[in-house]
Design a protein around this ligand. Structure first.
Ligand code: FES
Length: 111
């Protein structure tokens, strides 16, 4: 699905899935990222404000192993890479909540 098509989809709850499978979490980086994200959300009391009806979920392998922590937004079928806590917060706010994909961090489909 092209990013432009996502803007035309009817509003539906999006879910951010953060992969903590064996490739994405080789050195514990994905688990650290999730822990840091949850701490930031709790510290800022942003859980309800940012996430709203959507959610951020820890998942084991999402089937697109590339050796870096990856995240996936369902049902838009958009993958994100180069994740940091700030990047995840942006994705939660812009894509999951406001349905505007963050093109800068979208993992381009190679196939
Ligand atoms: S371990 Fe993350 S996609 Fe497979």
């Amino acid at each position: 699905m092209a990013i432009k098509d996502i803007f035309d989809r009817p509003a539906a709850p999006r879910r951010l899935l953060l992969c903590t499978g064996p490739c994405c979490d080789q050195k514990g980086e994905a688990t650290e990222l999730l822990t840091a994200l949850r701490a930031r959300l709790q510290a800022a009391r942003l859980d309800q404000e940012i996430v709203g009806e959507a959610s951020c979920v820890r998942r084991s392998c999402l089937g697109k192993c590339s050796g870096e922590p990856l995240a996936y937004v369902h049902p838009d079928d958009v993958w994100y890479h180069d994740l940091s806590v700030d990047t995840l917060l942006t994705i939660l706010r812009d894509h999951v909540q406001d349905h505007r994909p963050v093109a800068e961090f979208v993992l381009e489909d190679d196939g």
